[in-house]
Design a protein. Sequence first.
Length: 67
Amino acid sequence: MEPLKTNSVLDAKGLACPMPIVKTKKAMNHLEGGQVLEVLATDKGSKADLKAWAESTGHQYLGTLEE
């Protein structure tokens, strides 16, 4: 399987809620339809928060990779 190609990467590591979502929303405003934003975050709630935010705003959530 080929790795997903991203158009932009947002580094939200070290930020606490709600900042990863706030920064994600701002970054999404600079992308066109069909483009992919990769979000790097360390806040434990970010995984659920980003998924819920994407679904509530009509964006497609492509998944999570944890390291």
